[in-house]
Ligand binder design. Structure first.
Ligand SMILES: N[C@@H](CCC(=O)N[C@@H](CS)C(=O)NCC(=O)O)C(=O)O
Length: 278
């Protein structure tokens, strides 16, 4: 960075920040438009998009269905964040933070709203008694990795991904700072997975689904076009673990839900039952 910036005494929203997604960023919360959410036939109504944060929930729902939990049938509606759907009044009612994913469970009276992907995962895991250990020590380990993901991935997406792939220019200082942190995170995972099949040991649980959705995309799918830059192939335990998760049929299905992009035959922009997978 060559230009120095002298911050004013009080920040004001008077400049276009530039970069990809700049049009959806604003410094205020709340709805910008009246827009009701659609409601389908199942108790579970998911409003989401197939980004890593959205995929966590659709993979978990598909895993629950694969175990035979018919109560996990769900309608998944597309929230197009590029078009500002997250600022519609109906969406803001179930997520005041205006970010996907958000869930409404109509099987309770009144319906239960859940926002934040980690909270949605815990809610569903507890509701169906799956993918979250009940023994206190095992549960603590699962929660630790789940919260690790919630705290770490913003450095990967909002930090590294933003400055490496989306910012209007390539600035060395933030790219260095966040590349260092993301590589440290990959090393944390790699060391943990050196003698464990899954993050918490032998059992696959919601922490694997959450961490896979972000770091699996990084080591297997070249997100931000950064696989070479970050030398992701060198984290061999992470790659092996991510590949094992990716082979699960429920994961393959969950990754397709609410994806309006990618190969036509893999897109499932809305999901209402199993036939939507074709
Ligand atoms: N901590 C939240 C993060 C959710 C999030 O950042 N969602 C993004 C898409 S991946 C979003 O909806 N962005 C829209 C916006 O920022 O306006 C979670 O895990 O649910």
């Amino acid at each position: 960075m060559t230009d120095t910036y002298e911050p004013p005494k009080v920040w004001t929203w008077d400049t276009e920040s530039g970069g990809r997604f700049a049009s959806i960023n604003r410094p205020i919360a709340g709805p910008t438009q009246d827009k009701e959410l659609p409601v389908g036939k199942h108790p579970l109504q998911l409003y989401s998009l197939g980004t890593p944060n959205g995929v966590k929930v659709t993979v978990l729902l598909e895993e629950l269905l694969a175990l035979g939990h018919s109560g996990a049938e769900y309608d998944a509606w597309l929230i197009n964040i590029g078009d500002g759907d997250q600022f519609g009044s109906g969406f803001v009612e179930i997520n005041p933070n205006s970010k996907i994913p958000a869930l409404l469970d109509h099987s309770t009276t009144p319906p239960t709203r859940v926002f934040e992907s980690g909270a949605i995962m815990v809610y569903l895991a507890e509701k169906f008694g799956e993918f979250l250990p009940t023994e206190p020590s095992a549960r603590a380990e699962c929660m630790s990795w789940l919260f690790w993901q919630m705290g770490s991935a913003p450095y990967l997406g909002g930090g590294f991904g933003h400055f490496y792939a989306y910012a209007p220019e390539k600035w060395e200082y933030p790219i260095n700072r966040f590349a260092m942190e993301v590589k440290r995170q990959l090393d944390v995972l790699d060391r943990n997975l050196a003698d464990r099949t899954y993050l918490c040991g032998d059992e696959y649980n919601i922490s694997d689904i959450a961490v896979y959705s972000w770091y699996g995309a990084l080591v297997l799918h070249n997100i931000y076009d950064a696989a070479e830059f970050l030398d992701v192939a060198s984290y061999t335990n992470v790659v092996r673990w991510a590949q094992a998760i990716e082979e699960r049929p429920a994961v393959a299905r969950g990754r397709r839900v609410n994806r309006p992009w990618g190969p036509e035959e893999l897109r499932v922009p809305e999901r209402h039952d199993a036939s939507d997978f074709g």
